[in-house]
Design a protein around this ligand. Structure first.
Ligand code: FAD
Length: 325
């Protein structure tokens, strides 16, 4: 028999959707992702992106902050308590052309569902350096809004890598805290960023562009974490050192939408396009999307959770309208 609702993904969006759907008696299944080496390397293990971080200081309800993995485990427990059924596998393919929808998981099992919420998140893109991996959460970050205000970055020089809108946004935000911001970019201008954002960043006296350059190594030690970066000028080949306790990599995010193939309308970067304003509806009726997978703009835990709530309510109303109880 087909399930009423399957939720794919296990970040704040997926668990919030599961809590609402379970309390509405939809008895949802949550595919939380598989525990595999591939997912570890891609940063898409169960419990989502917050499971990869330490302190979360901006999720309401935790005035003293909370550790990311603890917050996510609490969300999972809350969903389970209200009756969500959890399967620790990836959905590897889905057929949205037939109803009920049919999906196949990483163990080969097939599940049918009348409605689906996709909340598979997105992964921040990094440079791919071994040293960058070593200092993640110890100076290296991909989220200025999340980490910029941490004491280790205040009134210190910081490095931002990238030259598009993400870099402009992250850089502008960081100027509030940093003594100055070194913008390291492969090209000679921020040609990919919107003009107004680029101008705002580059006209800020705290910002020092380092054009035609790339970070080749993040430098630091066990005790202090990251202390600087080694930068290579791509034209001259010359290398230099920038002293900084933080590097914010702002080269975009990759949404986890590969398993969808071309069955849902996506934007050019692969984010799911939402069909109706303020809703979580997608280009296929009965399929809803929530969280970073459908949000190239805000990318925060609380916005993902809010979208998860909306998706569960949208799914519930859609099922009720179809007479599926
Ligand atoms: C290091 C770091 C620190 C951060 N700090 C903060 C912070 O302090 N405050 C804040 O608000 N935000 C922070 N963020 C951003 C925040 O984590 C994200 O905005 C939020 O987690 C997005 O939630 P989500 O539910 O959309 O999906 P995600 O958290 O991205 O989770 C989606 C999960 O779904 C699962 N999944 C993916 N594909 C499949 C599939 N095919 N089948 C089954 N399961 C699948 C995976 O386990 C994946 O991890 C941080 C992000 C990072 C990387």
């Amino acid at each position: 028999m087909a399930e009423k609702l399957v939720i794919i993904g296990s970040g704040p969006a997926g668990w919030t959707a599961a809590i609402y759907a379970a309390r509405a008696n939809l008895s949802p299944i949550v595919y939380e992702g598989a525990i595999s080496e591939e997912n570890r390397l891609r940063g898409t293990l169960p419990l989502g992106q917050l499971n990869l971080t330490t302190e979360v200081e901006n999720f309401p309800g935790f005035p003293d902050g909370i550790l990311g993995p603890e917050l996510m485990t609490r969300m999972r427990d809350q969903a389970e308590r209200y009756g969500a059924r959890i399967i620790t596998e990836d959905i590897v393919s889905i057929d949205l052309k037939q109803t009920p929808f049919v999906m196949t998981d990483s163990s080969g099992k097939q599940t049918e569902a009348h409605s689906v919420i996709i909340s598979t998140g997105a992964s921040a893109n990094y440079l791919g350096l071994e040293s960058e991996q070593k200092f993640k959460n110890f100076g290296v970050s991909a989220c200025a809004v999340c980490d910029g205000a941490l004491p280790r970055f205040r009134n210190k020089p910081l490095v931002v890598v990238g030259g598009g809108d993400s870099a402009a946004e992250e850089g502008n935000y960081l100027t509030k805290f940093a003594s100055n911001v070194h913008l390291v970019h492969r090209r000679e201008s921020m040609s990919k960023a919107s003009k107004i954002m680029a101008e705002r960043l580059l006209s800020n006296p705290k910002v020092k562009p380092v054009w035609n350059s790339t970070v080749v190594e993040v430098v630091g030690d066990e005790e202090k974490g990251m202390t600087g970066v080694r930068v290579k000028n791509l034209l001259s080949g010359e290398e230099s050192h920038i002293e900084a306790p933080g590097m914010f990599v702002a080269i975009g995010h990759t949404p986890n939408t590969k398993f969808l193939g071309d069955q849902l309308e996506l934007d050019p970067k692969g984010f799911i396009l939402l069909k109706d304003p303020f809703r979580t509806t997608t280009s296929v009726e009965g399929v809803f999307a929530a969280g970073d997978v459908a949000d190239p703009i805000y990318k925060q835990a609380i916005t993902a959770a809010g979208m998860g709530c909306k998706a569960a309510l949208d799914a519930e109303r859609w099922l009720a309208a179809k007479g599926i109880h």
